[in-house]
Design a protein. Structure first.
Length: 281
C-alpha cells in the first residue's frame, strides 16, 4: 500500500487511487450533460467524403507521456500520408497520467482535420475531465458521412470512461438509435473506450461494464442493427459476435505494450478491416 501511495504521488503517476474505486471528478451523467450542451451549440456533424468509399484509421490506448509517444506519432504520420477521403478515430486513453495533455499536440493538430476521439479512464483520472473538455469539447456525440446528398454511414461515440454509460446517456442512445435507424444509413458503428466482453482480469474492476448493463446495451444495439462496436481498454485484440453485432477490441498503441497495432478500415458497400503492426525498435 505504501508503494502504491508513493507512486501515486509521483509526477508521472498513472495511479489515481481514489479514481480507480470511485469517480472523484465529474461523473458520467455530468459529462453527458456538458457534452450535450456543447453539441447543441455547434450543431450536427455531416462529413461529405465526396465518394462512396473512404478509409478510417483507428487506434486505441496510446498512453502517451512526455517521453513516450513514438507509436502515436507513427499512426498520425501514416494517416497524414494516406490518400483522401479519410478520417481517424482514437478509442481513448490518449494520455497515461497527469500533466501529459501538452504532449498531445500532434493529435490536437489532427483533430482540426477529421479526428474523432472518445475518453478513456486515464483521460479523466485525477479530475482531468475539464482539461480533456478544453481540448476535445465533448465526450458523447454522433456524426455521419455522406457523398453529396447520399447518406453513407452513422458513427456514435459513447463515454464509457467510468465503466458505465449512466442513465442519461443510455436513454439518449436509445432515442437516437430509434430515429437514426430509420434514415437509410448503409451501416451504424458505435465506438467507445471500455470493451463489453471480459477475457481476463488485466484491468481489474474496470475491465468492463456490469453484466446487467452489458445485457441491456447488447440487446439495444442488436435491435437497431448496429454492425460494429469498436473499443479498446483491454490492450489485446478481440472479436466477439453477439446477436449479429461484431464487438471488436483493438490492441494498444502504447509504446511499451506487447502486440502493438492499429486498424485500417476500408469503408464501402462492404467493410474490410485489417491490423497493422507498429514498427519495432
Amino acid at each position: 500500500m505504501l508503494a502504491l501511495l508513493l507512486s501515486a504521488c509521483s509526477e508521472e503517476s498513472t495511479l489515481d487511487i481514489a479514481g480507480m474505486f470511485s469517480p472523484n471528478g465529474e461523473v458520467v451523467n455530468t459529462r453527458f450533460e456538458q457534452s450535450m450542451a456543447y453539441n447543441d451549440s455547434v450543431g450536427d456533424i455531416h462529413l461529405d467524403m465526396h465518394a462512396d468509399n473512404y478509409t478510417i484509421y483507428v487506434c486505441s490506448d496510446s498512453h502517451i507521456t512526455r517521453k513516450t509517444h513514438k507509436n502515436l506519432d507513427y499512426f498520425i504520420a501514416q494517416y497524414n500520408a494516406a490518400a483522401a477521403p479519410k478520417l481517424a478515430i482514437h478509442l481513448g486513453d490518449l494520455i497515461d497520467a497527469q500533466n501529459n495533455y501538452p504532449c498531445a499536440d500532434s493529435v490536437l493538430n489532427l483533430a482540426n482535420d477529421k479526428l474523432f476521439i472518445t475518453p478513456g479512464n486515464h483521460d479523466v483520472y485525477f479530475k482531468q475531465w475539464p482539461i480533456y473538455r478544453s481540448y476535445f469539447n465533448t465526450s458523447v456525440y454522433w456524426f455521419d458521412t455522406k457523398n453529396g446528398t447520399k447518406k453513407l454511414d452513422l458513427f456514435i461515440c459513447l463515454d464509457s470512461a467510468d465503466g458505465t454509460l449512466g442513465t442519461k446517456q443510455t436513454d439518449w442512445l436509445r432515442k437516437l438509435l430509434a430515429v437514426k435507424s430509420q434514415e437509410g444509413y448503409r451501416r451504424i458503428i458505435v465506438f467507445t473506450h471500455t470493451h463489453f466482453w471480459k477475457l481476463d482480469d488485466s484491468q481489474g474492476h474496470t475491465s468492463n461494464m456490469s453484466i446487467e448493463e452489458t445485457y441491456e446495451l447488447a440487446s439495444l444495439l442488436s435491435q437497431y442493427n448496429v454492425e460494429f462496436v469498436w473499443s479498446g481498454h483491454q490492450h489485446a485484440r478481440q472479436s466477439v459476435i453477439f446477436k449479429g453485432v461484431n464487438y471488436l477490441v483493438l490492441d494498444a498503441t502504447k509504446d511499451t505494450e506487447n502486440g502493438q497495432s492499429y486498424m485500417k478500415v476500408e469503408m464501402g458497400e462492404s467493410l474490410i478491416y485489417h491490423f497493422i503492426d507498429y514498427p519495432k525498435e
